[in-house]
Design a protein around this ligand. Structure first.
Ligand code: TPP
Ligand code: MG
Length: 537
């Protein structure tokens, strides 16, 4: 009879359930990593555990499945932590796994590399588990997966103690099944939908707010809103849920930017709030004094921030499909005129692109995004890092596609973009161009995974906005105190850096014409490529 260990069963069940790849770095839990290596699941060896968890986020977002990352105990697990906390605040479903010492070491005196991983991950995950004996394996893992996927989605951490994973088990358990999508469906209430539409009909100046769930809306809902003349603003995580080149798009609401959007918010008499999430930093006060229809997966009462007059809950795609039909059937029609909405977007753009900086060098970052917009075809996936450039991408670049632009906008963790883009790349057809846009601060936080990108020849276009500074903190300090210190730094020679990783490199010029040319080259060169762009914020 063949002997199988709990570790073999574990990965065999994940494989059978449809898991395609796991990102991470192995450790001395040899049983676990040997079982993984020969499980048939692709193991993407990264150069930092943080990058592995960001890659798993990229995979989860683009594939709609749960992302999986794995680390060793102790230092590997602490390295995972930032990106796990980031997934927690970005609402991305992950299964984060770490090896662990056997049970005999879980008590004092403190053993080599031992950290209580359940405690470490508790505040930054939806739940933490440890598999205490091999009999529990299927049940614990199923519970972990279900918890991660349940709204609001997020990461779950599971410790895999080596003594448990080495247990010899009955091979008949290979016949068991894990479900990768065991989430319960919320039943949609027709009554609530009808009441919501009734209220919407009484509004003269309704405005819609799209949060992260809008990435999974039925396109018919977007069409219905346009027909009903309802302008739409999105959060960062909702960017692309409504096509931004549409005349009824108000663009992204930023908690940092007070601008022309205020006039629309003031005139609104009702907000159709579709997936508001406090974690994004938009104050619920923007809805104050308005009637509210809440569209979401879980009730607004869960956190008590929105006082909804009406509420309809359910799976985002199904719910918005039903809403679209009702909006059309009831010929909802607002009193807004599109001539009131278009100038708002134009005014917002004028606020951020000063006409006199159009051909400046170092480049005006908004101008860079404008030129990028001109040379892209519309099928790009842009992944932003965190800094001034994040605001620039949110406000200065339009996407018409759900999941067309990605941000970390919960934890807002620098170093997010490059590995997230790599994880997204594994899950997108080659026809989609993936562009990772970084500040020079954040880029150097995870650039070690350029090696992973090279090793898998991942076609990721990499832009770095070079201002030789932690630009956002500098800008904020200058604004508040009119002075700023200790925020400038030097950069490596980017050409030499790219070469040393075996990645192509484009040398930036000084004119708009050159920038346009380089951006075109960037888009049309196959394989990973780096373009640093000197900018002045
Ligand atoms: C991991 C992490 N450390 C620190 C911060 C705080 N922070 C936010 S923006 C920023 C500056 C980012 O600099 P850079 O990447 O060069 O982007 P820029 O603002 O210059 O566009 C810092 C330090 C953060 N969000 N995440
Ligand atoms: Mg910078």
């Amino acid at each position: 009879m063949i002997h199988i260990h709990a570790a073999d069963l574990f990965f065999a069940l994940l494989k059978k359930a449809g898991v395609k790849r796991i990102y991470g770095i192995p450790g001395d839990e040899l049983e676990i990593f040997d079982a993984l290596a020969y499980s048939g699941i692709q193991f993407i060896t990264t150069r930092h555990e943080q990058a592995a968890a960001f890659m798993a986020q990229g995979e989860a977002k683009m594939s709609g499945r749960i992302g999986i990352c794995i680390s060793t105990l102790g230092p590997g697990a602490t390295n995972l932590a930032t990106a796990i906390a980031d997934a927690y605040q970005n609402r991305v479903p992950l299964l984060a796994l770490s090896g662990q010492l056997g049970k005999e070491f879980h008590k004092p005196p403190l053993a080599h590399q031992f950290i209580d991983l359940e405690k470490l991950f508790r505040p930054i995950t939806k739940a933490t588990f440890s598999i205490r004996n091999a009999d529990q394996l299927e049940q614990v893992i199923q519970q972990a997966i279900d918890t991660a996927l349940m709204p609001k989605p997020g990461p779950v951490h599971v410790s895999l103690p080596i003594d448990v994973m080495e247990e010899i088990i009955n091979p008949a358990r290979l016949k068991n099944h894990l479900l990768l999508d065991g989430r319960p469906r919320v039943k949609i209430s027709s009554q609530n939908l009808k009441q919501a539409i009734r209220l919407l009909k009484t509004s003269s100046y309704p405005v819609a707010f799209f949060g992260e769930i809008s990435q999974r809306f039925d396109p018919a809902f977007v069409k219905a809103l346009v027909k009903a003349k309802i302008p739409v603003m999105t959060s960062f995580l909702g960017k692309g849920g409504f096509p931004e080149s549409n005349d009824w798009s108000l663009g992204v609401v930023s908690r940092h930017v007070k601008d022309a959007l205020a006039s629309v918010i003031e005139r609104a008499d009702l907000f159709l709030v579709c997936g508001y999430d406090y974690i994004e930093g938009v104050s619920p006060s923007i809805f104050a004094g308005k009637r509210i229809i809440n569209i979401d997966i879980i009730t607004a009462a869960a956190d008590g921030l929105l006082k909804a007059d009406e509420e309809a809950l359910g799976d985002p795609f199904l719910l918005t499909g039903r809403l679209a039909a009702l909006i059309n059937m009831n010929t909802v029609d607002s009193d807004w005129d599109v001539s009131e909405i278009i100038p708002v977007r134009q005014a917002r753009l004028r606020q951020i692109i000063q006409p006199d900086s159009r051909s400046a060098f170092p480049y005006n970052p908004f101008r860079v995004m404008q030129i990028l917009q001109e040379v892209t075809a519309g099928n790009e996936i842009i992944v932003s890092d965190v800094g001034v450039h994040k605001q620039v991408i949110a406000l200065g670049y339009n996407t018409d596609r759900p999941l067309g632009v990605h941000f970390s906008n919960g934890l807002s963790s620098m170093g997010f973009s490059l590995p997230f883009a790599a994880g997204a790349r594994f899950n997108c057809p080659p026809s989609r161009t993936i562009i990772s846009i970084n500040g020079d601060g954040g880029f150097l936080m995870n650039m070690q995974d350029l090696e992973t990108i090279r090793r898998y020849n991942l076609d990721v276009k990499i832009i770095v906005f070079v201002d030789n500074a932690f630009g956002m903190i500098k800008a904020n300090l200058l604004q508040k105190y009119n002075r700023a210190k200790f925020l400038n730094f030097d950069n490596p020679e980017f050409g030499a850096l790219a070469r040393s990783f075996g990645i192509r490199y484009l040398r930036p010029g000084r004119s708009d014409a050159d920038l346009r040319h380089k951006l075109k080259l960037l888009l049309h060169t196959k394989g990973p490529i780096l373009l640093p762009i000197p900018v002045k914020y």
